[in-house]
Design a protein around this ligand. Structure first.
Ligand code: V47
Ligand code: SF4
Length: 381
């Protein structure tokens, strides 16, 4: 009687070691991991081992470089026809400023640009709620304002969810909408709106908005038009590890076809002021493990970004040792999506000097990049 548990324990230990060795052997040959491997990593890989292999993989891809850029966000409106249960940012379209709803004018974008004269800025990231009255013409107006007044600034704008609505509202195809936006100055798509692709989970957290296949299709169309993009994953709410693996697998498959994704950005669910506030947030360790699994599984998306605005600076710094090579940018206190949902950074802003100092303190070489990850010529602030 007493021996059975010991034998079982030994058997489990052997299986554990075999899995570890098999995955290690794949990683040492830079061979692709299977979805089962990724699931096993989430559930069973020792944290020290995960960190080590994610770091080695990052080093193989990028050496000592850690990237950042000079960017601001413009959130044109937080009025939204959808009501994602994790979202603390959106307001109903009929709500007024007394509830915290806003609706900016084009002149507000101009004022933001004027407040950041060259060379303070290489990118403006534009995203917001899905406003019922706004079609592609509005998106074009925002893009062309940047193109006409600040041609050196890259416009990364509109999630696939916003693009889908622009097309629907204007009675055109997504391809036509993206072509028009590109002509107006759109240069890349941000990674938002992906959430979790699994239909059951998506129904619970973002049931009304574009389904997974639509998000992926819009990015595929964008890539076909020469518009690069990013991809996010909102995790740590009601999903399970298998849903994260499924999410990353769908991205990996699309990337095999197009090569259009530049960066993957895991976004840890923050639980303040939304309909899922009863859910706890994942621990900092789970957060770091998630970065590591992403680095190891997504072998064809070059960059892994720790969005410091969402994570807080200490956790973003730690993530640099778990596979991350990019910290996003200076931001300069221009986004509210995360502070409204409980992120530590209430007025997120960092100078490029501070970003560089942080990167150096973690033993890495700071590399200012443009939005397509080309190195920006060195210059002083
Ligand atoms: O899609 C909203 C997320 C995303 C919460 O492409 C939340 O470089 C956690 O995609 N807890 C939009 N996350 C932001 C985004 C992004 C951010 C930074 C860089 C890039 C890039 C893209 O924000 C949404 C959603 O997944 N989000 N609410 C929340 N409570
Ligand atoms: Fe609207 Fe985006 Fe918030 Fe969903 S996450 S409610 S689409 S602003």
């Amino acid at each position: 009687m007493a021996r059975a548990p010991a034998i079982l324990h030994l058997g489990r230990l052997q299986t554990h070691m075999q899995n570890l060795e098999s995955i290690e052997s794949k990683l040492s040959r830079a061979e692709r991991l299977s979805p089962d491997d990724a699931l096993w990593l989430y559930r069973s890989a020792p944290s020290d081992w995960l960190r080590l292999w994610a770091d080695k993989t990052r080093q193989r891809l990028h050496g000592d470089a850690a990237f950042y850029n000079r960017n601001v966000h413009f959130e044109p409106t937080n009025k939204c026809i959808y009501a994602c249960s994790f979202c603390a940012f959106a307001r109903r379209p009929e709500e007024g400023p007394d509830t915290g709803a806003w609706d900016h004018e084009l002149s507000d974008l101009q004022a933001l640009l004027d407040a950041h004269p060259a060379p303070a800025l290489t990118e403006v990231h534009i995203t917001g709620g899905v406003h019922p009255d706004r079609g592609v013409e509005y998106g074009e107006a925002l893009c062309s304002l940047v193109r006409d007044t600040r041609p050196e600034v890259h416009v990364k704008a509109f999630t696939a969810v916003e693009v889908a609505y622009f097309a629907r509202k204007s009675g055109i195809t997504v391809e036509q909408a993206l072509e028009r936006l590109k002509t107006a100055g759109l240069a890349s798509l941000p990674g938002g709106g992906a959430e979790i692709f699994d239909p059951e989970v998506r129904k619970k957290i973002a049931g009304q908005k574009s389904p997974a296949h639509r998000w992926l299709e819009i990015h595929e169309i964008a890539h076909g038009l020469g518009i690069k993009s990013n991809a996010t994953m909102l995790y740590g709410h009601v999903e399970e590890h298998r849903h994260r693996v499924d999410h990353m697998l769908r991205l990996r498959e699309l990337q095999d076809r197009t090569g259009g994704f530049m960066a993957f950005i895991p976004l840890r669910y923050r639980n303040e002021n939304n309909a899922l506030s009863h859910l706890p947030e994942v621990s900092p360790e789970e957060d770091l493990r998630n970065f590591a699994v992403a680095r190891l599984f997504l072998d064809n998306i070059p960059h892994l970004k720790a969005y410091w605005v969402m994570l807080g600076v200490p956790q973003a710094r730690a993530a640099l040792h778990w596979g991350v090579d990019d910290l996003d940018g200076t931001v300069d206190d221009t986004t509210r999506i995360y502070s409204m949902a409980g992120a530590e950074e209430k007025n997120p802003a960092m100078s490029s000097a501070r970003l560089e100092e942080i990167i150096r303190a973690e033993g890495r070489v700071p590399m200012e990049r443009d939005s397509l990850y080309r190195q920006v010529a060195l210059r002083s602030d």
